[in-house]
Every structure is written in structure tokens, then in C-alpha cells.
Design a protein around this ligand. Sequence first.
Ligand SMILES: [Zn+2]
Length: 303
Amino acid sequence: MRNQNTIQRPVKVEGIGLHTGAPSCMWLEPAPVDHGILFHHGETGTVIPAQVDHAQELSFATRIGLGESAISTVEHLLSALRGLNIDNVFIHLEGGEVPIVDGSAEPFVELIEDAGIREQERPVMTLRLTRPIEVHDGEKWIRAEPSDGLEVDYRISFDNPLVGFQRYVGCISPESYRKEIAPARTFGFLKDVKYLKSQGLARGGSLSNCVVVDDHRVISGELRFPDEFVRHKVLDLIGDLALLEYPIQASVTAHKAGHALHAALVRAILANPESWELVGDRSQAVLTVPRALDMEMPAVMGF
Ligand SMILES: [Zn+2]
């Protein structure tokens, strides 16, 4: 069992929000053991824990909010933090949306590595699944099964000859995350980008922070991997699983899933406490995420 980690020193990144199109500035600061990942909303002073009961509007991005304060597009940053095993960090944000930077998690990985990773004196608690949990939404589904580490089997299928069916299977470690997952950028289809812009969304979207696909070609330049699309879905999944509060030991299989289904899986896990156990230094452990029994979610099947 590894110890908890934080960063060595504060670091800062500036950019624009993908959806607001407005400037945004973010500082990551070291935090003590058992602190977790907390966002500080610069304009209102509200502190928002990165937990699923604060998650909102999950169709195209993950937003967390408390009261009138909300922070959008947290998933790529959370993915980098979880991917590199950073457990405790204080995130101060001005602008209401995490900068989109290049649309991947690689700039956040570089930011964390620039800050340095500091091992702390207490072991990390992990949430170990003991029984499978599955969530469906029509033909889309996601299933988590017991496993010693975090394994992912992700499949996507789009009615587009360039994307088509893609599948990524792998064990997630900081090394594999850095190399295989973090560089994969967010993507969109040209027709959807036009629609989102007409709805006042994706205002900050451009060919420099999003892989844009027309019917038969990528119009935003070279892909970083032939299967960059499915790798980005894995990146998003790891970020959304960070809303569980503790790292999860499970084998997760996802079929045509997205943010809403990722969050539904997190809620289903929390709503079925007989399906998992916390592993580690129990004397220190308190699961502070409220049970999400009354949350709306697609049909849940635990078996
Ligand atoms: Zn994404």
C-alpha cells in the first residue's frame, strides 16, 4: 500500500475556459494528509470538495458546485491528479472554469511534475470493490468488477468512418497514465461544435484545444495516437472516478459511456456499500461522501 502524496510547492497555470471562452487562472498548492482534493472558488470564496455529490450537468463536461458557486470542466485536472496518485491538493481558481490548455491532461501532468510530488507520512485509503456493479442507459453501459488495481476496458463506437469502433485495454499506473492516457485530447465532430457554439457553449473551443473531426478527416492536424479518441474517454473516466474521494481498486469496462454514466457509476458504488470496502489505515478513515440514494440515475444493477 502506498503512502498519500501531495505536491512540493505551489504552481500556477493560466488559460481560457473551453465553455466560457473567458480567461482563467489556477494555482495548485500543497495540502496536508487526509485533506483530499478541494477547489477554492476565487470570486465567491466557496470551498468545493471534488466529490460526486457536488457534481452537476454531466452531459458534455463535469462541473462541481456548491450553492451559487460552480467550477466547470474539472475532469482533465482531476484525471491528472488521480493518474499521478496526488491525494491532497488545494486548488485556487479564478474564472469559474479550469483552463482547457491543449484539451488533454498532459499540461497538468507537466505542472504537477514541475511542482514535484511529495510522499506524505500516512498510507492512502483505497476503495476496493468486492462485488460487481453495473449501470445502464439504453445501449450504453459501464461495469466495475473486483480487481487488485485499476484496470480499464473502454469501447467507443461512432457512426463516423474515422473514429468508428475503438477499444483501449490497460492497467492504470502513473507510468502508463503519463505515456498512454494524459496526451489524448478532447474531441468533437464539426457539426456538434457548430451546435454547441450556437448554444453559447464551447466558446473557448478551437483547433488548438480540441481534435475536430469532419465526416472523413481530422481538420485539426495530426492525431497523437491512432486511437486518441478512446484514450481521451479513459482520461475522462479516471477524472470522473476521482469524484469517489478514494482511489478505487476495480476493473472497469465501459461501452459508449461518457461523463453522465461515469458519474452514475460513482453514485451506484456509493449507494451500494455492501459492494466495497475501504482498505488501508482504518483508524484514520472516514468516508465523508454522503450516500447518494436519492440521486437520479439510470437503472442500477448490482449482482
Ligand atoms: Zn474530456
